[in-house]
Design a protein around this ligand. Structure first.
Ligand SMILES: NC(=O)c1ccc[n+]([C@@H]2O[C@H](COP(=O)([O-])OP(=O)(O)OC[C@H]3O[C@@H](n4cnc5c(N)ncnc54)[C@H](OP(=O)(O)O)[C@@H]3O)[C@@H](O)[C@H]2O)c1
Length: 245
C-alpha cells in the first residue's frame, strides 16, 4: 500500500549511492519509481531488486531528457544525478569543468523546464540534491561548489515563481556521504575512499533517502524548503587569516 498521495517518482542518478537509496526507499513505500542513469547493468539489478522502472539515459543529452518526460511527468522529481572532479580551478582540465556544469546544473534546469508546466497544473514535488558546498565555502572543489550554489539560488527563485501552485520544492544539502562520488573526485575509487571515507563516520545514502521521505511525506500545507544534513562528526566553518610572508 502507498504511504503517500504521490503515486510516481523519477529519480536521476539512480545507479549508485544516494539515488539508488532513494529509489529503494520510495519503491518500498509503494510508489512507481522511474530510475534514471547511464549504467544499464546497475539499473537492471535495481529494477530486479525493487520493482522500479529502469530508464537508461544520459541527463546531459537533450534527446534523452525529452524522452524521459515524453508523455510522463512524475509526481515527485528527484534531481540527484551529480558528479565531482576534485581539481583546483587553477589546474582543472576543461572537460572536468564542463561535465560538472552539464550534469549538476544544466541538466537540472532543463529537466525542470520540461517537467514544470505539467507539475504546475497538477501539483507535485521537486527534490534536488544540492550540497553543503553550495552553502558554505569549502576547500578543494570550486567548480562543484559553483554548480551547487547555483542550484541553491535556483531553488529560492523557483519557490517564488511557483508559490500559489501546488508544486512543493525541497533542496537537500548533505555533507559527506559514503558513495562512489569520491572516486570520481579523486580520479580513482581506492584513492577517493582512502582520502575521504576510510576511518570516518559519515552519512549513509539511506540517511539522505530518509530526508527525502521526510520532505515528501509532509501534509499538503507544509513545504520543507531546505535540509542541511551532515555527519555528527563534521562541521562547516572557519576563517583563514595569514601573516604576510
Ligand atoms: N556523496 C557525498 O558526499 C555528497 C555530498 C553532497 C551532495 N552529494 C550529491 O549527491 C548526488 C548523488 O551523488 P552520490 O554521492 O550518490 O554519487 P554517485 O554514487 O557517484 O552517484 C552519482 C549518480 O549520478 C549518475 N550520473 C552521473 N552522470 C550522469 C549523467 N550524465 N546522466 C545520468 N546520470 C548520471 C551516476 O550514474 P551513471 O554513472 O550510471 O550515469 C550515479 O547514479 C550528487 O548530486 C552529489 O553532488 C553527494
Amino acid at each position: 500500500m502507498r504511504e503517500t498521495s504521490y503515486r510516481t517518482a523519477l529519480v536521476t542518478g539512480a545507479s549508485s549511492g544516494i539515488g539508488a537509496a532513494i529509489v529503494r526507499d520510495l519503491a518500498r513505500r509503494g510508489l512507481e519509481v522511474h530510475a534514471v542513469a547511464r549504467r544499464r547493468d546497475a539499473l537492471t539489478a535495481l529494477a530486479r531488486e525493487t520493482g522500479c522502472i529502469a530508464e537508461v539515459a544520459d541527463v546531459t543529452r537533450p534527446e534523452d531528457r525529452a524522452a524521459l518526460l515524453r508523455g510522463f511527468v512524475p509526481d515527485i522529481l528527484v534531481n540527484n544525478a551529480g558528479t565531482s572532479r576534485g581539481a583546483p580551478l587553477s589546474s582543472a582540465a576543461a572537460a572536468d569543468i564542463d561535465v560538472q556544469v552539464e550534469v549538476n546544473l544544466r541538466a537540472v534546469l532543463h529537466l525542470l523546464n520540461l517537467a514544470l508546466p505539467r507539475m504546475r497544473s497538477r501539483g507535485g514535488h521537486v527534490v534536488t540534491i544540492g550540497s553543503i558546498a553550495g552553502l558554505h565555502p569549502l576547500p578543494g572543489s570550486p567548480v562543484y561548489a559553483a554548480t551547487k550554489a547555483a542550484i541553491h539560488a535556483m531553488h529560492g527563485a523557483l519557490r517564488l515563481e511557483l508559490v500559489g501552485s501546488r508544486v512543493r520544492l525541497t533542496e537537500i544539502c548533505p555533507g559527506r556521504v559514503d558513495t562512489e562520488i569520491f572516486g570520481h573526485a579523486a580520479g580513482d575509487a581506492a584513492k577517493g575512499r582512502a582520502q575521504f571515507l576510510d576511518g570516518y563516520e559519515v552519512l549513509r545514502p539511506e540517511d539522505v533517502a530518509a530526508a527525502v521521505w521526510y520532505a515528501v511525506s509532509q501534509p499538503p500545507n507544509v513545504n520543507v524548503g531546505l535540509i542541511e544534513l551532515t555527519p555528527t562528526l563534521q562541521a562547516v566553518g572557519g576563517l583563514q587569516t595569514l601573516k604576510p610572508q
